[in-house]
Design a protein around this ligand. Sequence first.
Ligand code: MN
Ligand code: MN
Length: 466
Amino acid sequence: MDKDKASEKTEDKKTIWQKRDSRDIEAFCSDYRTYMSAHKTERENVKGMEEELKKAGAMTLEEARAKGGALKAGDLIYTDMMKKSLMIVRIGRKPLTDGARMLGAHIDSPRLDLKQHPLYEDTGMALFDTHYYGGIKKYQWVTLPMALHGVIVKKDGTEITVNVGEDPSDPVFGVSDLLIHLASKQMAKKGSEVVEGENLNVLVGSRPLDTDEDTKESVKENILAILKKKYDIEEDDFVSAEIEVVPAGAARDYGIDRSMIMCYGQDDKVCAYPSFRAVMDVKDPEYTAICLLTDKEEIGSVGATGMHSRFFENTLAEVMDLLGVYSELALRRTLTKIRVLSSDVSAGFDPTYPDVMDRNNCAYLGKGPVFNKYTGARGKSGSNDANAEYIAFLRNLMDKHDITYQTSELGKVDAGGGGTIAYILANLGMQVIDFGVAVLNMHAPWEITSKADIYETYLAYRAFIV
Ligand code: MN
Ligand code: MN
């Protein structure tokens, strides 16, 4: 096709808004908003999805084992790793040894984590000391209403769930910033130092304990007394707690035309949620469909719940065993026949900051899910550079299902860089490419996406595993 015809073809193409019934877009995105408002942390995501799985009649791996296997096409099985990552398998009509289709996303997002000794008092104020998690512009995380989400595990194993700041009647918390009147020194600092990591302290109290006793830190004592009453915990119990400080508040429609959504944690729940919905909604896939939702992507996919762990391989081996087809060699061979969409977000073009993008090779809001053949930095360092043959297969599949998609790389050459779980999956010999929703304000407390993209991404994920 010559150049003119190519551009003609592009112009002919209807937008997603023209092509899809806007009621379908709104219905899906309304579910998404509700979901995002209630599930902000990796633990909350695993818990919420497991509840949905139970409702849908899915079996845990242990339940399937207790039944002695006998899985049939359409069966749903799931298992989690330490309540922070989750693998869901929908058995296909074809034998698993013929391969599988996998959607892999992550459910951790940048935030502030409480330190193990977080609580202190200074000049009559009680504060929580934090350590930020993931890559953030620290100056974006001050003067915002924040909520506390997480768990405190007591020595006897009792697990206490913490969720304060979301209900309109709850108090909120936050990190203070210097008033502009006294900030001349601060304003001259470079962006990475304007707000320093050690200064991300969350203000939680200023009322002294009501007592006649002479207490040195009566504001802190008062906070501890409230926590004792509410959760039955001692100060030391923070040592075995995981409490995340996240932006408080619900997901909202964004824009006068309500075409977008603003909420916390869309990297990468804007891909995790459609991936989950796809594997729930496609009830009888040809190939076994896997939805893998991992933790720790934002800090390098490390640890037992990150993609570098053996959780995925071990679970796949268990499923093969249930199907009576497990051997070490069969597992290795099956891995090389699995096709994967690493469903992670991409950077959306921002007209206010055009300089970091190559206009011909970047993602635009509203133009559909984005294929990133490679991510990485500098000379593609650290990237999974997807195979041309695999991309051709996917182009054909997307066209067959009338999916609007785009291709992108993460900004201009040498502008910066980033990564996903794609390269780790590719290490196992699977065909993998990054494919997800374009985001504005990525890693900011409030991220923005297009409703058209969210719905089209869901349709694309469905088409992939159908
Ligand atoms: Mn991501
Ligand atoms: Mn990220």
